[in-house]
Design a protein around this ligand. Structure first.
Ligand SMILES: [Fe+2]
Length: 418
């Protein structure tokens, strides 16, 4: 159980780590790109600003002489910055001049051409272009004269410096590492907390189960007081049933049903009149019909509590017979639930070997003979065979023990299965 919860938790925390790392890692990368783009745009706009100022100055007095002077200035400017091409256009989108770095000729061929809409733009436009691992920015800056009319525009191609890209990638990488580390450490911190909470939950569940079992014992004891004035029958049939269930490799859940059913199998006898229940002699046909109703009464009593639902098979079907001659439904063979088929054998065996108001106990040998003779008629032959094989060990462990010893064994069973 404990190992299972560790494995369960490790797998789920690992999955949560993975999903969170992918999602948050993706966001870190996305915002890293946004940060790089914004940084490059700011740099491109800053570096383009002096060209705009010089071109505005030229447009105020456009002559051959000022064009030559303007050309010298912009050729000087482009040497020291990251712009690789700057083109200057008048208001009619006619190119006035351009400056271009030698490396730009090849690069420019690979860049997509801009559309005519840029000439109509009323504000600065930046268009990002990624080629291989390089980032380029096409910048359009419209220029306006003193009265607000468009006097021309500049188109520049900015090549983002490698060191800026590398720095951004490095920042994004370390941010990713940090995020994954935080998620991992958080999960490691949560692990013992979840285990501790789970242990508390298991403890509370165990306390709740013990409370329910206490109620089970009280109910079983109440009917024992009316019937045989002792709990020992309940203890023995429960232990016989559990041992057979274990030999049949029943699941712990099925054995829980067997334990509950063993305690409560005759709880419906509370509704049977004393004159019939405690009658020392043989019951009349009418009295036996009334006695048979105890299985229905038992079902009615436990139905109102969900926790007892798995006792229902034994309570309702412990008087069914394998050949269909039992009551109340006359179920045949495997129509009878397995827990009820197991219980039927041990209930009759214990009744035979016990003293009752109306009879002396049979010997174990005589009881086994009766059980064997009812193989396939009253009882499931497979269960009878198993019981007969186990009789020696079952009798040694259970049959002749005192009530206090059996109660101790019962507590062990409860610890094992609840
Ligand atoms: Fe019964």
């Amino acid at each position: 159980m404990i190992n299972n919860i560790h494995k369960w938790l490790v797998i789920r925390l690992a999955l949560v780590c993975l999903v969170l790392s992918l999602v948050i890692g993706g966001l870190v990368q996305y915002f890293g790109h946004i940060r790089l783009d914004n940084h490059v745009i700011r740099m491109a706009q800053t570096e383009t600003a002096p060209y705009a100022a010089q071109f505005t100055s030229y447009l105020q007095s456009p002559t051959e002489a000022t064009l030559a002077s303007f050309g010298r200035i912009i050729n000087g400017l482009i040497k020291n910055d990251n712009l690789i091409v700057v083109e200057f256009y008048d208001a009619d989108a006619q190119k006035i001049t351009e400056v271009i770095k030698p490396v730009a000729t090849e690069i420019e061929k690979g860049l997509p051409k801009h559309g005519a809409e840029f000439a109509l733009a009323e504000g600065i436009i930046c268009e990002k272009i990624t080629m291989d691992r390089d980032i380029f920015l096409r910048v359009f800056i419209p220029l306006f004269d003193s009265v607000g009319s468009k006097s021309g525009f500049i188109e520049g191609i900015y090549h983002a410096p490698d060191e800026i890209i590398a720095q951004n990638r490095s920042q994004t990488f370390w941010a990713l590492i940090l995020v994954v580390l935080i998620i991992f450490v958080t999960s490691l911190t949560l692990y013992p907390l979840i285990i501790r909470l789970n242990r508390k939950l298991v403890d509370y569940s165990h306390i709740l189960a013990l409370t329910n079992i206490g109620m089970l014992k009280v109910l079983g004891s109440a009917i024992a007081k009316r019937d045989s004035d002792t709990n020992i029958h309940n203890y023995r049939v429960m232990l016989y049933s559990v041992r057979l269930g274990e030999k049949l490799k029943l699941s712990p859940v099925a054995i829980q049903g067997l334990i509950k059913g063993s305690f409560l199998h005759d709880v419906g006898k509370i509704a049977i009149p004393d004159a019939i229940l405690l009658k020392p002699g043989k019951l009349t046909v009418e009295e036996f019909e009334i006695m048979k109703t105890h299985v229905g009464h038992g079902g009615d009593i436990i139905r109102s509590y969900d926790w007892l639902k798995d006792a229902d098979e034994v309570v309702r079907c412990h008087h069914e017979k394998f050949n269909g001659s039992g009551y109340p439904q006359g179920l045949i063979g495997e129509e009878i639930p397995l827990n009820a088929r197991i219980f039927a054998v041990v209930d009759v065996f214990d009744a035979l070997t016990s003293r009752r108001p109306y009879k002396e106990p049979f010997s174990v040998e005589a009881s086994l003979k009766i059980i064997g003779e009812a193989r396939g008629s009253h009882f499931d032959p497979v269960i009878v065979d198993l019981f007969l094989v186990q009789t020696e060990s079952l009798c040694a462990e259970i049959c002749y023990e005192e009530e206090a010893v059996l109660h101790g064994k019962l507590e062990e069973c409860i610890k094992t299965y609840f």
